[in-house]
Design a protein around this ligand. Structure first.
Ligand SMILES: [Zn+2]
Length: 266
């Protein structure tokens, strides 16, 4: 007769001292890090007690460069400082890239469930979301969202000709950093004046319930640029909108791989 249960025989072998099965969280090595920001000629120094940092890591910091991605240039553990004199490293961009990707024009396409998630890409370009403070009366309210037919984005309700033209420029200028679809739910990150986060659904070859967090009070170039990109790729047979997918700007993708020292197989 078979007994249900796990490894009854092995139980006898169990040593008296059990090793912990959960790894103890490591305390990061406190460090002073030199961080470089785009458009900044010199490096800035930050105190870090949250992460085990190494040169090349992408980080977010407190202080006047908050919200911008900085690159760690050097890490020192030999210091004595007065903590109040320093701003801190507050977040580390998640960088490892997994999955199988296929290059298509200036994008990398993956149908792999292990491919870079929207949450992970977000850390490349946006600061971590601050926990909502209770005093602030700043709730998010949704209207209906936009609808854009993917067989002809130009025919969407509310398309402004000039805005559509700007959207076309966006498509070819590497501003569309990331688009993904998971179970019909879409997410995209587009770089305009700053990075914007877009949410939408795809149903019956139509983008529905589409929102962009930019301040433009209409169907914006960011939403249209995402729609045109998906539309063109699908019409050329380069993208199957019926499957879950991830699309990443190729330049950004390869930069990140270079920084990680990762090697990939295409
Ligand atoms: Zn927008």
């Amino acid at each position: 007769m078979r007994t249900m249960g796990f490894g009854r025989d092995e139980m006898k072998e169990t040593p008296d001292v059990l090793l912990p099965t959960v790894e103890e969280p490591k305390t990061p090595v406190k460090s002073l890090v030199r961080v470089h920001f785009e458009d900044e000629a010199y490096e800035l120094t930050y105190f870090n007690d949250r992460f085990d940092l190494k040169p090349g890591d992408r980080v977010f910091v407190s202080g006047k460069r908050a919200g911008e991605v900085g690159i760690v240039n050097s890490v020192s553990t030999k210091f004595r400082i007065k903590v109040s004199n320093y701003e801190r490293v507050i977040a580390l961009a998640q960088t490892p890239i997994h999955g199988t990707y296929k290059p298509i024009a200036d994008k990398m396409l993956s149908y792999d469930s292990a491919a870079l998630s929207a949450e992970a890409f977000r850390t490349w370009v946006m600061p971590p979301e601050e926990p909502a403070s209770e005093e602030e009366d700043d709730e998010i309210i949704y209207g209906d969202g936009y609808e854009i037919p993917l067989d002809d984005p130009h025919s969407a309700d509310g398309v402004d000709k000039a805005v559509f033209g700007r959207a076309l420029n966006y498509c070819s200028s590497g501003r569309i950093g990331y688009i993904s679809l998971r179970d019909g739910v879409g997410k995209a990150y587009v770089e305009g004046e700053q990075w914007y986060e877009l949410d939408f659904r795809i149903r019956n070859n139509t983008i529905e319930e589409a929102y962009c967090d930019c301040p433009y009070p209409g169907l914006c170039k960011h939403l249209l640029a995402v729609a045109v990109t998906l539309s063109v790729m699908a019409q050329h047979g380069d993208l199957d909108l019926g499957r879950d997918f991830v699309l990443i700007d190729a330049d950004r993708f390869f930069n990140m791989i270079k920084r990680n020292g990762q090697t990939i197989t295409l």
